[in-house]
Ligand binder design. Structure first.
Ligand code: C2E
Ligand code: MG
Ligand code: MG
Length: 612
């Protein structure tokens, strides 16, 4: 039994001993002494009680102020005391919970094994700490961080438990939000690329005998023109509606958004009807959407593949389905293409590089632009500069654009990469416009795919606007093969429009493509860049010398300027001066340099010329 007075204090014993003396001792003087001793004992006991009460009140006040909930339960886990924070967190007033077992609060989230381990630990070590889900009075479940301590008597028998816990639901919700941001596409609420990888990997692991996976990567054709004509808000609405319809249609399958206008569907099936599945998917998703009172019928390009025939590793399957989509895009709009091994037969060793490039595009900090100046060969005067893309791979070091640009083109990354280049080139040009360095046209290389797939024109105009540049400050270099590629349609009118806007246009690597001069007459271009192949053996190689002279003469007749590429020596330069070439680019004058280095050089050169 619990006594408010401690019995191991001497005054209490003296008082207790004096009690019978007070009754039995006949001597009145001694009885008085005994009575005084009893009074002292009682006074001491009373003092003790007061001190105990004070301590208790202080403890209760402290517990009342605590944010952590506290519960004291007996050996059978019946609640004997709670603090106000407990009531605040659980909703139970103290009189409602007193006497009930603490298990009343348990949420059915944890299984039997969890509670077994909880009690084993608590009984064997005397303490337990961890996350536990409980239920509030009104029924909702919440996570708490719980610390429990067992209190034992002198013999080591558990008499009470002290439970201390905090409500961690807000913290959990924050964690969940963070997870969602990392795994969920915010516009549609669908899994994003990262999450899709996990989901695919999990489906692959759980695939049973006789089951296959059908995968489709659906790309909406011309979303850009919806954005341009109806506004980005309506474009977003369309994407959300598209996602909704897709999810409803393929219920039970995994649906995710890879970004932009690309959606992925993964179905587990025992049927062998891949092509039919893709065709019905297309048919359903091509039905018109009502947006802003208009009926929009979308063109869809679909790449697809199937497990196990086309692979059973999630990374490889992603690469392959993207190859298939890319190949479908090459066929023009509104096509489907299933993966064929021929699509990546030469890529296998490079698959890792493709995913590295994708990561580099996301992070952006491995990519950079270098700049190579162009000069008048007679006196070295600056006449322009070319922006050249560089990739500083974290493990492999610098990778040549000649190696990674074809990869980017094959794997559907070129539009994004090209957009990155345009953005950076414009930003740099804007920066230099406000500095002391000479004002030069910056030439940017444009891949064929930026013309087929991307919307080069609106990208350019957006960037010019953003950086307040004039079109004349940017030149576009297109290779012969791009200009003649039928997939891009007739390039004539498109180039004419760009040129009318003020962009200069050059044919890059001239002489290496079709070598058909006829098209030069049709196409509105300002410049041709004579490929290095014709320059490198100058001036000794007679054939090259004749070709270079002929090209210069022809260009002059057509009013085109010629830039000779890859000029490395003084002799080459002199030959070109004599032949009437007015612009050269090559190591003889300058190598491609990072912006900061070029800036330094140009500033010190212009200072030197001012001084002289
Ligand atoms: P390009 O447009 O013909 O660029 C000229 C290439 O010749 C550059 O190679 C440059 O470093 C190199 N070069 C310049 N002067 C000399 C010289 O005197 N001797 C020798 N041997 N080489 C010289 P780089 O930077 O490796 O680029 C290779 C190609 O990659 C470019 O050829 C271009 O077709 C492509 N490229 C580079 N950046 C981009 C880009 O941003 N977008 C696209 N689509 N293609 C790009
Ligand atoms: Mg070029
Ligand atoms: Mg070139």
């Amino acid at each position: 039994m619990w006594l408010p007075v401690s019995l191991n204090r001497p005054l209490i014993w003296v008082a207790l001993t004096a009690l019978p003396a007070c009754v039995w001792i006949p001597d009145s003087a001694l009885r008085l002494v005994a009575a005084v001793l009893i009074a002292i004992g009682l006074w001491d006991a009373w003092r003790q009680v007061r001190q105990q009460r004070l301590r208790l009140r202080l403890t209760q006040d402290a517990l009342g102020l605590a944010n952590d909930a506290m519960v004291i339960s007996d050996a059978q886990n019946h609640v004997i005391s709670v603090n106000p924070a407990f009531t605040e967190i659980t909703g139970y007033a103290s009189q409602e919970i007193l006497g009930l077992k603490l298990d009343t609060l348990a949420a059915p989230r944890h299984d039997k094994a969890f509670y077994e381990s909880y009690w084993n630990t608590l009984k064997s070590t005397g303490r337990w700490e961890g996350e536990m889900w409980n239920r509030r009075k009104h029924g909702d479940e919440y996570p708490e961080w719980l610390k429990v301590r067992a209190v034992t008597d002198k013999r080591g028998k558990i008499t009470h438990y002290i439970n201390l816990f905090t409500d961690i639901s807000a913290q959990k919700a924050r964690e969940q939000d963070l997870r969602r941001i990392g795994y969920e596409d915010p516009l549609t609420g669908l899994p994003n690329r990262r999450r899709l990888h996990d989901l695919l990997a999990s489906r692959l692991r759980h695939l049973r005998a006789g089951e296959s996976l059908d995968m489709a990567l659906v790309d909406i054709d011309g979303l850009k023109s919806v954005n341009d004509s109806l506004g980005v808000e309506q474009g977003d609405r369309l994407l959300a509606r598209f996602a909704q319809r897709l999810t409803g249609y393929v219920a039970g399958s995994i649906v995710g958004r890879l970004g932009g206008d690309e959606f992925m569907v993964i179905r587990t099936t025992t049927f062998d009807d891949h092509d039919k599945w893709v065709a019905t998917l297309r048919e359903h998703m091509s039905r018109p959407f009502e947006i802003n009172g208009q009926s929009l019928r979308l063109g869809l390009t679909i790449g697809s593949c199937r497990v196990p025939e086309d692979g059973n590793d999630s990374g490889v399957l992603f690469q392959r389905i993207e190859s298939a989509l890319y190949s479908a895009k090459r066929l023009g709009r509104n096509h489907s293409q299933r993966f064929r091994p021929a699509l990546d037969k030469q890529d296998n060793p490079q698959l890792a590089l493709v995913s590295d490039l994708r990561a580099a595009l996301i992070s952006g900090d491995q990519l950079e632009l270098h700049f190579q100046t162009q000069h008048r060969p007679s006196d070295g005067e600056l006449v322009g500069m070319e922006a050249l893309l560089r990739w500083r791979h974290p493990l492999d070091g610098m990778i040549s654009p000649g190696d990674f640009i074809p990869l980017a083109e094959r794997h559907g990354l070129m539009t994004q990469l090209g957009a990155w280049v345009i953005e950076k080139a414009c930003a740099q040009q804007a920066h230099w416009r406000n500095s002391a360095i000479p004002k030069l046209t910056m030439w940017v290389n444009i891949s064929a795919l930026q013309l087929f797939q991307g919307d080069l024109e609106s990208q350019l105009s957006t960037c010019l606007k953003r950086y307040q540049l004039e079109p004349s400050q940017i030149g576009l270099e297109l290779t012969e093969s791009v200009l003649l590629d039928e997939r891009a349609g007739d390039m004539g009118p498109r180039l004419q429009t760009l040129r009318d806007q003020g962009f200069a246009i050059a044919i890059d690597d001239f002489g290496t493509g079709y070598s058909s001069l006829g098209y030069l007459k049709r196409l509105p271009v300002d410049k041709i860049k004579l490929d290095r192949a014709f320059i490198k053996d100058l001036p000794h190689d007679q054939a090259d010398a004749s070709i270079v002279k002929a090209v210069l003469a022809m260009a002059e007749g057509m009013g085109l300027e010629v830039v000779a590429e890859g000029v490395e020596t003084k002799d080459q330069c002199q030959f070109l001066v004599n032949a009437g070439c007015t612009a050269v680019q090559g190591f003889y004058f300058a190598r491609p340099l990072p912006a900061a280095e070029l800036e330094k050089r140009l500033i010190s050169a212009s200072l030197a010329s001012t001084i002289s």
